[in-house]
Design a protein around this ligand. Structure first.
Ligand SMILES: [Zn+2]
Length: 400
């Protein structure tokens, strides 16, 4: 079936292929920093807005002093996957490998909450053998974390050789040439690479033969990133995503999707879900997305909601939805609605809301008779009452 579809796409004129999917192609951005100086200049809600505008599938965020990462995670748990940087302030990229306080800081944060990665950190040459980087590899193994290393080939090999299981995302693909990246990926099956800050990839909207060869040889190992290492680069996230969509058009559809988001998703998402789940065991085990295909997380400032459909959504077929609230026992559901933002209309029928059911750390409601009568992008909207305040939590879902 897949093959038939693929050939059908190839048979269409190129402009038609691109207009069909490329402009809406989701992008996973695995190289976002929202460090202390950036937090001071740009509020978290604005950052999330930029990410939604960029149509990100998710963003892997790591920030010096970590607060920025946590602020974004609170605002949009469906969109943010946290990484742990060993830096408390800007300017520690060269000193952390011999700074016992940096290690202590990492160990402290690991006790506080779950992450998917340790990094992005800077590490070169033989420094991978130093005591602190070696301990970081150990922590990655103990806590099921992927390393995100801004490194040369020697340090990457040093990290990989320090453990039989540790996996590494090679930040910026080491700023190496495609041929050198290929050598490393061929040699190490626990190595992936991000293309952050590699504007020469696809510059002018198309790919050079060298990059094309690399993507074709390693369709599952490369991913995208912006690298917002300075505060103003946060605003570049939508432009970066759009630029990537342009050059991804020169790849076969399936390969384009892999690089755009699937490789990152397949590597990072299961790690994050597992770590999040084990961190919440006992306290709010009910509040975890277990099957991303029919569960969607909506985030507010103090409460999260999971919208869980009882089957895959099909156009024109009514389905039931469970809305599970986590993080506050007092939350009351006022309304569940869905609209098509680009069409300016909602559903033709109003779903029927059931009664509130208490759970371990929140509540759950069931809505029957939800029906999306058109394919396209729908926005869930969950209106709640919390203490004296009303809020609306939203999230987008694509209906085929
Ligand atoms: Zn970076």
């Amino acid at each position: 079936m897949q093959k038939t579809k693929f050939h059908l796409l190839l048979a269409l004129p190129a402009f038609l292929v691109s207009s069909v999917w490329a402009n809406d192609l989701p992008i996973a951005d695995v190289h976002v920093h929202y460090s202390h100086d950036s937090v001071e200049l740009t509020p978290p809600a604005r950052v999330i807005e930029l990410m939604r505008q960029a149509k990100l599938k998710f963003a892997l965020v790591s920030s010096s002093d970590d607060k920025g990462t946590q602020l974004l995670l609170q605002q949009a748990p469906d969109l943010i996957i946290p990484g742990l940087r060993p830096y408390r302030r800007r300017g520690e990229t060269g000193s952390w490998t011999t700074d016992a306080a940096a290690l202590k800081y990492v160990e402290g944060l690991l006790q506080q909450g779950p992450y998917a990665t340790i990094g992005e950190f800077h590490l070169y040459g033989k420094d991978a053998q130093l005591e602190i980087p070696q301990r970081i590899v150990q922590l990655a193994d103990e806590h099921n974390l992927i390393l995100h290393a801004h490194s040369d080939a020697e340090a990457v090999e040093g990290l990989l050789a320090s453990s039989d299981t540790v996996r590494v995302i090679w930040a910026h693909a080491g700023f190496d040439d495609p041929a050198e990246i290929a050598v490393m990926l061929r040699k190490h099956d626990r190595l992936w690479a991000d293309l952050a800050f590699r504007s020469e990839v696809g510059s002018g909207g198309s790919l050079s033969a060298e990059w094309l060869t690399l993507f074709e040889e390693f369709p599952t190992r490369l991913m995208l990133g912006t690298d917002s290492y300075t505060p103003e680069r946060i605003f570049y996230i939508p432009e970066h995503a759009q630029g990537a969509r342009e050059w991804l058009k020169s790849l076969p559809a399936e390969l384009a999707e892999q690089i755009a988001w699937k490789n990152a998703y397949d590597l990072i998402k299961p790690v994050w879900e597992k770590n999040r789940q084990s961190a919440s065991t006992g306290t709010d085990a009910t509040c975890v997305v277990r099957s991303p295909d029919n569960e969607l997380e909506l985030g507010g400032s103090t409460v999260r909601a999971i919208v869980r459909t009882d089957r895959a959504i099909s156009v024109g077929e009514a389905f039931a939805v469970d809305i599970e609230f986590c993080g506050d026992e007092q939350v009351v559901l006022l309304d569940l609605d869905a609209t098509m933002p680009t069409h300016g209309h909602g559903m033709n029928y109003k779903p029927e809301l059931g009664n509130r059911v208490s759970t371990a750390d929140g509540s759950r409601y069931r809505a029957e008779g939800v029906l999306f009568h058109m394919p396209g992008e729908w926005q869930w909207s969950v209106k709640i009452q919390l203490a004296e305040q009303q809020q609306t939590l939203t999230a987008l879902t694509n209906v085929q």
